[in-house]
Design a protein around this ligand. Structure first.
Ligand SMILES: Nc1nc2c(ncn2[C@@H]2O[C@H](COP(=O)(O)OP(=O)(O)OP(=O)(O)O)[C@@H](O)[C@H]2O)c(=O)[nH]1
Ligand SMILES: [Zn+2]
Length: 204
């Protein structure tokens, strides 16, 4: 069985276009399954609305990291760059309900100083968040994409999130936060890792 964490990224060219008609039919079926009447006022437009919402929530399936890490500059800055508290909304692939929190993404540019726009780090998080996910894979994929495309000397990705499948159902433990991290290259060295973690946890 393929390890679900290191699932290879699906080539977006092989992901079929979002099928609105199919999604609408599925939502209609779900409404019937729960004993609702999809024809009643109030639910009449719901299958179409839900299909549109799912199209938006899964845009990442049809994107590659290269689509967003387009802008790179050579600023000659070769020290740590870290964007913390990037808002995150993803969807747990086990229950198809959201998990939400923040991502902290940092890297140490290559000696050449190849860096990317700050917003691109947040866009990269969304490429992997806007699809059915598990938090561990999301964390790993963001780190590996940065390493591959920017070829930096190190990368750190820390994600802190609350899973609604643990809050609104099941074990019902509101407030429990899951923290995952991925360090690559120089970020695995104790001093560099400690500096990055201090920056992530530093609060005014
Ligand atoms: N490791 C990991 N587990 C997750 C993530 N999102 C949800 N899960 C877990 O996936 C597991 C699925 O367990 P199952 O026993 O198959 O499903 P379930 O009966 O609905 O489990 P409960 O949530 O415990 O009621 C649960 O323990 C979830 O908490 C994630 O991002 N990472
Ligand atoms: Zn879940």
């Amino acid at each position: 069985m393929t390890d679900p964490i290191s699932l290879p990224q699906r080539d977006p060219d092989e992901v079929p276009a979002f099928d609105h008609a199919r999604a609408e039919a599925a939502v209609r079926e779900l409404l019937l399954a729960i004993g609702e009447d999809p024809g009643r006022e109030g639910l009449h437009e719901t299958p179409a609305r839900v299909a549109r919402a799912w199209a938006e929530l899964t845009t990442g399936l049809r994107q590659t990291p290269e689509d967003v890490l387009t802008t790179t500059f050579d600023l000659g800055h070769d020290e740590m760059v870290l964007v913390r508290d990037i808002e995150l909304w993803s969807m747990c692939e086990h229950h198809l309900v959201p998990f939400t929190g923040v991502a902290h993404v940092g890297y140490i540019p290559a000696a050449s100083g190849k860096i990317t726009g700050l917003s691109k780090l947040a866009r990269l998080v969304d490429v992997y968040a806007k699809r059915p996910q598990v938090q561990e894979r999301l964390t790993t994929q963001v780190a590996d994409a940065l390493m591959e495309i920017l070829e930096p000397r190190g990368v750190i990705v820390v994600i802190e999130a609350e899973h609604l499948c643990m809050t609104m159902r099941g074990v019902r433990k509101a407030g429990a936060r899951t923290i995952t991290s991925a360090m690559r290259g120089m970020m695995r060295e104790p001093a560099t890792r400690a500096e990055a973690l201090a920056l992530i946890h530093q609060r005014p």
